[in-house]
Design a protein around this ligand. Structure first.
Ligand code: X8Z
Ligand code: ZN
Length: 656
């Protein structure tokens, strides 16, 4: 057991606990094993937490759909109340020794309430970390940068009000590498430095809380959410398996980028510069599809024109998505969903347009918020969000704490498995939106390339972000930025377009870092997405290549999904995988994803057959970009030069 690592057993203030000195403890846990009291506490908690969730979500919904200062204040008030409620809950829960509670359901719930929480900190530090995170989120949301203006010098005026959304648009659309490098630098140079000290304090507090909860550091506590000490190895193995496919993709993409930008921007056989991949974080390469698509003549897979021609409305797109789910025997959206969802951008008020699915925790109210635009991307997004609603509906009878995915990757994994069946040539053809023969080889390779630019390109980024955070919690903050780029280069094969130093804090350019949002879930979700899809396809009796499988109208596939969703988080996720694979395995695996992309891998290997290096070779110039003190630009390590200089000085002194 993880907790047995901790030497001292501690007793704390509580309903029937004993008082101890908080400064001298390693780990907080009560002694009570009273099941009746535990069950009564959990019953009360269930009602109160559901009510609290309803209040907070209602306030958040009101603000997101009408962004006024007043509604923002109300939302912050409710969020602060919830933070207080969480702290009180922890105080009540930690009185029990969950490891010795006889009832497995109560034990599981108490474990959830006393781990992965900062509530073990003193009131003062608990408030401090809460406010640090909101300050960091605010800085992230309000940072503005200057536009690229060739010919204009530093002291002249340029437009300096570009926010993250504008920057993302430039990174997606521009093909001017100087503009891309400028935009990339602006964001990274402006966002990191103001967050650095705050983040260091945050990491310190997160570690203190984790140690009070019985963990070595906050990274170990984050891994504990997966309820299996071997899970890291399992993920490392999947990453290892995906690497050959990623390297083939990168090699092919590099060749195309050299054709576009020349070998002064992209070094043949080297890593890729992070600014020319169509995305601020180089995590999704779909925006450079126009440069890399294998068969440009067969480029048209976008059914937007057909959606417009057939006169779709947002409502009809939502009804179409609902019919997708009911065709598999899954639930229709409840009346409250249709009454309260926001499916169009309203006139006359400012709203937050990011698509999202909401559970109001009262078993009645479920909503989607989306400023639907009439295009294929939005049609697919609706299916994704509605899959989250299906998940909410299926586990809605579970206790509050179990109303979640089996592990943090399940919700997103299931929603994306649905998307694999919708953004799918056969499906689009079946629903009358795609009229070309879908058996065409070139079309299928194009389709797989598009998917690979999104999914395969994403794998190393999704994997490394949390590795960086784990390293930071374990080893401290001394090499924060160099460590970030070490991992980016090692796993992703990308380098920054400009020199970086320890004054920078480039990991903070990704919102999940300053906003304290765990990220391993996205890597897990990526694998699960294909795993769930494959199992559902087998149940549906589909026999062709995996990327052509469509779950539409398959009740058998619906049953597979239903079984995954309805247990929520009440069972260990290994049990869920074991039962969805009919006993075959309980492991997360990369095999289904590799099977999906196999035709593309064959194609890529053929394309790359004359390449000297599949993958990338790292030169000292690459590392010099982010470790300038070790590798000065000349290639001779600066530290070595400094050392020789000192020796010479001492020698001169000596001979004088
Ligand atoms: O953060 C998100 C969603 C919220 S669940 C917007 N995603 C990850 C990211 O943006 O990096 C979705 C894809 C991965
Ligand atoms: Zn989602």
């Amino acid at each position: 057991m993880w907790v047995s690592l901790v030497a001292k057993i501690v007793i704390i203030v509580g309903m029937n606990g004993v008082i101890c000195d908080l400064e001298s403890v390693n780990w907080l846990r009560g002694t009570s094993t009273d099941l009746t009291k535990a069950l009564q506490f959990l019953r009360e908690y269930d009602t109160e937490a559901s009510e609290m969730c309803f209040r907070v979500n209602t306030a958040q919904w009101q603000y997101s759909t009408n962004m006024t200062d007043l509604l923002k204040r109300k939302m912050v008030e409710e969020q602060t109340l919830r933070a207080k409620f969480d702290k009180l809950t922890w105080k009540r829960a930690v009185v029990f020794d969950w490891t010795r509670i006889s009832d497995p359901v109560a034990r599981r719930q108490l474990k959830m309430l006393t781990t992965n929480t900062r509530a073990s900190l003193s009131d003062e530090k608990y408030n401090e970390i809460y406010h640090l995170i909101s300050e960091m989120k605010d800085i992230y949301a309000t940072t503005r940068t200057c536009a690229y203006a060739p010919g204009i010098h530093d002291n002249e005026v340029t437009y300096c009000d570009l926010g993250l959304e504008d920057i993302q648009t430039i990174m997606a659309k521009s093909k001017d590498h100087k503009e891309l490098a400028h935009t990339w630098r602006e964001w990274h140079d402006k966002i990191g430095p103001p967050l650095k000290n705050k983040y260091m304090r945050y990491a310190d507090l997160a570690n203190q809380a984790a140690r009070l909860n019985g963990f070595l550091d906050a990274g170990e506590e984050m891994r504990f959410m997966y309820e299996d000490p071997d899970f890291e190895n399992e993920l490392a193995q999947t990453f290892h398996k995906l690497q050959p496919l990623y390297k083939e993709l990168l090699t092919y993409v590099r060749r195309k980028l050299i054709e576009q930008y020349g070998d002064r921007v992209v070094r043949p056989e080297g890593p890729l510069p992070a600014h020319i991949l169509g995305n601020l974080w180089a995590q999704d390469w779909t925006n450079i599809a126009d440069i890399v698509l294998p068969y440009p003549k067969f480029a048209d897979m976008d059914v937007t024109v057909e959606i417009l021609r057939q006169g779709f409305t947002p409502l009809r797109m939502f009804q179409m998505a609902e019919e997708f789910f009911t065709s598999m025997g899954l639930k229709p959206m409840p009346p409250e969903f249709w009454r309260h969802s926001m499916i169009e951008r309203p006139n006359g008020r400012k709203v937050q347009c990011t698509a999202s699915a909401w559970d109001f925790c009262n078993n009645i109210d479920f909503r989607i918020k989306q400023c639907t635009e009439m295009n294929m991307k939005n049609l697919i997004m609706i299916h994704h969000e509605m899959a989250h609603i299906e998940y909410y509906l299926y586990y809605s009878d579970e206790p509050y704490l179990f109303r979640d995915g089996a592990n943090p990757g399940f919700h997103e994994g299931v929603a994306n498995a649905i998307v694999l069946s919708v953004f799918n040539l056969k499906h689009l053809w079946r629903v009358g939106l795609f009229n070309t023969n879908t058996d065409n080889y070139e079309l299928n390779i194009n389709f797989l390339m598009l998917m690979a630019l999104k999914k395969v390109a994403y794998a190393p980024f999704a994997y490394l972000l949390e590795q960086w955070r784990y390293d930071l919690f374990e080893s401290g903050v001394t090499r924060m930025n160099a460590d970030w780029w070490d991992l980016r280069l090692r796993y992703q094969g990308v380098v920054p377009p400009a020199t970086r130093s320890d004054a920078h804090f480039d990991a903070a350019a990704k919102r999940h870092v300053p906003a304290d949002v765990p990220y391993a879930r996205y890597y897990v979700a990526l694998l699960l997405e294909f795993q769930v899809f494959k199992v559902a396809c087998q149940a549906a009796g589909q026999t062709g290549p995996l990327h052509g499988c469509d779950l539409y109208r398959s009740r058998e596939a619906g049953r597979v999904l239903m079984d995954i969703m309805r247990s929520g988080k009440s069972k260990h996720w290994r049990q869920v995988i074991r039962s969805m694979t009919r006993g075959e395995t309980d492991r997360i695996s990369a095999d289904a994803m590799l099977e999906y992309f196999d035709p593309l891998l064959v194609w890529l290997r053929n394309q790359n057959r004359d390449e000297k290096v599949v993958g990338w070779t790292t030169f000292k110039e690459d590392k010099a970009l982010f470790q300038p003190l070790i590798y000065g630009g000349s290639g001779v390590p600066t530290a070595k030069l400094a050392c020789i200089f000192v020796v010479v000085l001492v020698f001169i002194q000596f001979v004088q």
